[in-house]
Design a protein around this ligand. Structure first.
Ligand code: HEM
Length: 213
């Protein structure tokens, strides 16, 4: 029994830590896109310099490994919870309908995000746009209404995923106490709104005719 509890705690700690590392990546990613909106030429120079660094491949590999770890541990948790008939999230937050929706949609939202990533990386990473044409490629992609819808849906799925996930990660890491739980919940939710609204805004602003106009 102790062994089972230990492996459960370890899964929760790795799931929470990998999720928080992905949130950190999203903040950097969003800041990069903001640079593209406010200073397009600097953004292209920065992207070129970044792609020339030797550590980028390693960072990308780590990002891929963290994402796969997060997906694998989520699947393991969902399967174990469904085998045990665990519905604690739904029972404890019955009055907070957005939180219930966010908790319930966690696995399906994760699948929507993975599907979004499949489209997104196929368009912008494999292959990567040539140096100096990062923003024009992005505009070309976002000029298609199908892509625009996919990017906005991806951002909405991200909102629900983070709305539940950030608070849940703090609980898993043992940081939540009766004294700080409202503050941590509020900060986690605010961050989920800022990040997802930021991505929707960047999609709309970068998709406009031409940022060089
Ligand atoms: C919705 C607005 C978004 C826009 C406009 C956008 C734009 C971009 C661009 C231009 C790149 C290419 C960067 C490069 O050349 O290295 C990129 C890469 C990437 N994006 Fe996004 N992105 C968006 C949202 C997201 C979201 C929500 C996620 C995660 C859930 C994400 C994950 C990634 C990843 C993993 C890469 C590859 C990074 C690398 O390996 O270098 N993006 N994105």
């Amino acid at each position: 029994m102790e062994g089972v509890n230990f492996s459960k705690s370890l899964t929760r700690i790795f799931l929470a830590t990998s999720g928080l590392l992905l949130v950190f990546f999203l903040v950097i990613h969003l800041a990069g896109l903001l640079l593209g909106v406010i200073a397009p030429i600097t953004f292209e120079l920065y992207a070129k310099a970044l792609h020339a660094t030797s550590w980028l491949v390693f960072a990308e590999f780590m990002l891929g490994a963290i994402t796969l770890t997060h997906v694998f541990l989520t699947l393991t948790k969902v399967i174990k919870n469904s085998q045990n008939g665990n519905t604690s999230n739904l029972v404890s937050r019955r009055k907070d309908s957005l939180a219930v929706l966010a908790a319930r949609s966690q696995p399906i939202g994760g699948i929507v995000l993975l599907f979004f990533l499949y489209i997104h990386l196929g368009e912008l990473r494999f292959p990567r746009p040539a140096d100096g044409s990062e923003l024009s490629t992005l505009q070309l992609i976002l000029a298609s209404s199908g892509n625009l819808v996919a990017y906005i849906l991806g951002s909405l799925a991200l909102f629900l995923h983070l709305f539940h996930g950030i608070e849940s990660s703090q609980r898993s890491l043992g940081f939540l106490t009766p004294l700080n739980s409202s503050l941590i919940r509020g900060l986690g939710r605010a961050l989920s709104v800022i990040i997802s609204t930021g991505f929707v805004l960047m999609t709309i602003l970068l998709g406009r005719t031409s940022v060089f106009d």
